[in-house]
Design a protein around this ligand. Structure first.
Ligand code: PLP
Length: 378
C-alpha cells in the first residue's frame, strides 16, 4: 500500500517544479539534515537574541562578512535594512516608524528591472526615488538623486537587467562618497555561491538573500549580511522587540535551519551540481531534437540571470497542433502537476535547479504525450 503523506491527506497536489525557486511553489525543498536541525531546535526553549547572536556570528564567519542576521525572508530583510538605515540605534526614531518625521527617508532605486518588492520599502514609511529609464541610467542621475534625505541606495541584483542600471561598483563608489549605504537585494542570486561575499566585498553595506531559494533552507528564512552597525540596527527594529519588524517573526527552527542549509550549501561540490544540471538539460535537448515541429536548445543564464543552464523547447503550433499555452495548462492540470516557465511566444523553459534528478524524464514524457496527442484530451 502506498503511504499517504500530509499533502495526500490534505488533498493538495504535489508539483514537479521545472520552473524556478518560486515562492508560489514553495521556494525549494530542504535536505533531510536541515529538517533534522529544525526538529532539534523545536525541542527546547532558548533566548532568541542569544540564538540570533551566536548564529549571526557563525553565518558571518562562514560567508566572510563582518556580521550576519537571520530574517524571515529576503523581503523582510529589506524592511529591516531600510528601517536600520533610517533609525540607526535611536529609540525615538524606531518608535515613530512608519512616520519618518525628522529622518532620512528616501531610498534610491532604478526604475528599470524592479521585481515588484516596492512594498517592502514603502511599508517602513520610506519613499522610493526612481532613477533612469528602461534604456539606461547614468552615474550623474544617481548623484543628482542623492539629497540630505537619502537613507539608502537599493539594488535589485539580476545580472540580466544590470545593463539598464548604474554598475554596482559605481553605485557603491557614489554611495560611499555621500555616506549613503548601498543595499543589494540578492534574494535569488545563489548560485553562484561566491555571491554570499561578492557584493559586500565589492563594498556594498548589506546584501540580502532568501533562505528558501538556492540555499534550500526553510522557506520563511533569509540572510542579512554585511556591516555590523547596520545589522545591529536591523536587530534593534526586529522581533521580539515591538516595532516595525515585529510582525516578521523568524522562529528558532528557521534560525537554526537556515544555518544548517548554509553549511550544507557551502559544502556542496558546485561544479558537480552544475554538471548534473548540464546532463539534465542535455537529455531534454536530445529528447526534443529531430521531432517534427519542435526545436530544443540549451539556454543560458537562468531567469534571475544566474550562471545556470535551462532547456528551452519551442513548438510550431501548426505542426504539433497545440499551442504553447495549452501545453503549459495541460502540464499544470495533469497528474502529477508540472510547472514550467514560458519562453517567448512559443516555447517553454525547463529549469533543472528545482527538478529532482530523474524528473526531467517525466517532464519529457508528458510533453511528448501532449504534443503526440495533437491537443486532443488524452
Ligand atoms: C524572492 C525574491 C525576494 C523575496 O525574498 P523572500 O525570501 O521570498 O522574502 C526579493 N527580491 C527578489 C529579487 C526575489 O527574487
Amino acid at each position: 500500500m502506498i503511504r499517504m503523506d500530509i499533502y495526500d491527506e490534505l488533498g493538495v497536489r504535489k508539483i514537479i517544479n521545472g520552473n524556478a525557486t518560486l515562492t508560489q511553489l514553495g521556494g525549494s525543498t530542504m535536505p533531510s539534515h536541515v529538517v533534522a536541525a529544525m526538529a532539534e531546535a523545536s525541542r527546547h526553549f532558548v533566548d532568541i537574541d542569544e540564538l540570533q547572536d551566536k548564529v549571526g556570528q557563525k553565518i558571518a564567519k562562514l560567508t566572510n562578512n563582518e556580521a550576519g542576521y537571520v530574517s524571515c525572508g529576503a523581503a523582510a530583510g529589506m524592511v529591516l535594512s531600510i528601517a536600520a538605515c533610517m533609525t540607526g540605534l535611536d529609540p525615538d526614531k524606531r518608535a515613530r516608524l512608519p512616520s519618518t518625521r525628522g529622518m532620512k527617508n528616501e531610498v534610491i532605486v532604478h526604475r528599470h528591472g524592479r521585481p515588484g518588492f516596492d512594498f517592502a520599502v514603502t511599508q517602513t514609511g520610506a519613499r522610493l526615488v526612481e532613477i533612469g529609464t528602461q534604456k539606461g541610467t547614468s552615474r550623474r542621475q544617481m548623484e543628482q538623486a542623492i539629497s540630505a534625505k537619502t537613507a539608502a541606495i537599493l539594488y535589485f541584483y539580476n545580472e540580466a537587467t544590470m545593463q539598464g542600471q548604474v554598475p554596482l561598483k559605481d553605485g557603491i563608489r557614489i554611495g560611499k562618497g555621500h555616506g549613503v549605504p548601498v543595499i543589494v537585494d540578492a534574494a535569488a542570486q545563489l548560485p553562484p555561491v561566491e555571491n554570499l561575499w561578492r557584493f559586500t566585498r565589492m563594498g556594498a553595506d548589506l546584501a540580502l538573500f532568501s533562505g528558501g531559494k538556492g540555499l534550500c533552507g526553510p522557506q520563511s528564512s533569509g540572510l542579512i549580511l554585511g556591516r555590523k552597525d547596520l545589522i545591529e540596527a536591523c536587530a534593534f527594529n526586529a522581533c521580539p522587540r515591538h516595532f516595525i519588524g515585529r510582525p516578521m517573526k523568524v522562529g528558532k527552527e528557521e534560525i537554526v535551519g537556515v544555518l544548517a542549509a548554509l553549511e550544507w550549501y557551502l559544502g556542496l561540490d558546485h561544479a558537480k551540481l552544475m554538471d548534473t544540471y548540464e546532463d539534465q538539460v542535455r537529455y531534454l535537448v536530445e529528447e526534443f531534437s529531430g521531432l517534427d515541429g519542435v526545436s530544443a536548445r540549451r539556454s543560458f543564464p537562468s531567469e534571475a540571470g544566474q550562471p545556470m543552464p535551462r532547456a528551452e523547447i519551442t513548438f510550431d503550433e501548426g505542426k504539433v497542433g497545440v499551442t504553447r499555452d495549452a501545453i503549459l495548462t495541460r502540464l499544470w492540470e495533469g497528474t502529477p502537476a508540472i510547472s514550467l516557465a514560458p519562453a517567448g511566444e512559443r516555447g517553454v523553459f525547463v529549469n533543472p535547479q528545482t527538478l529532482i534528478p530523474g524528473e526531467e524524464r517525466i517532464v519529457s514524457a508528458r510533453i511528448r504525450d501532449i504534443i503526440g496527442s495533437k491537443g486532443e484530451t488524452p
